[in-house]
Design a protein around this ligand. Sequence first.
Ligand code: ZN
Length: 264
Amino acid sequence: MSTQELIFIILLGLSFGSFLNVVIYRLPRGESLLIPSSHCPKCRKPLKWYHNIPILSYLFLRGRCAYCGEKISLQYPLVELLTSALLLSLYVKYKPLYGWLSFGFLSFFVLILIAVFFIDLKHKEIPDLLTFSLILAGWLFSLTGKNPLGLTLKESLISSFSGMGLLFFINEVYYLFTKRDGIGMGDFKLMGGLGAYLGYQSFYNLLLFASLIGVISFVVYQIYSKFIKKVSFSSEDPLKREIPFGPLLSLSALIYLFNPKSLL
Ligand SMILES: [Zn+2]
């Protein structure tokens, strides 16, 4: 692994992260991903190429639009850095042993999950385009025989459907006790995609991680809003809010990808 290779992957990750920012903003709003070119969401002025360089432009513009001075969300450089860091880790962990094709399919998995994480967190929905691509890519991946987890096409197919079935079952149980749905349709399809890539062997870990992260972030959020931001919950019971299951599942899938079978 040469230095040039690593630099190439870092830059590749930054550019994919930049594209993910477009996906995260436009896909849930039903806008085209390609046209028009990037513009400021406030003043709608099209950005120049040098306003679009990952990280650097954000620092250079000090986090504000070059035209109207509107604050640019910290999420933009964050997504770029995160994407780059994850692709680099994937490359170091999987490319030497499993080759470029494997790295490509796994990168696609990571990119989709980053998009799902941020879109579901904000809009509480997961676009079908993302979940269906994930499912299809997972099946195709196992067909190539290059999945590091050793999944065959048959296992990948079975895992997709059992993943969706499992969440459906959990939702039914949840409904039985609370008389409302806790898990959305997007989550079922997402679990299908995770099954296609990671196999049903991962389900135990995925759900365990997701619940753990869910509980921890709930507690942290409670403390934050009670003692730091002082938001009052009197009008609304926080437990009655929908569970953001997509982000939790995406996060646990990423943990599993880098550390498979860790808790079994
Ligand atoms: Zn502007």
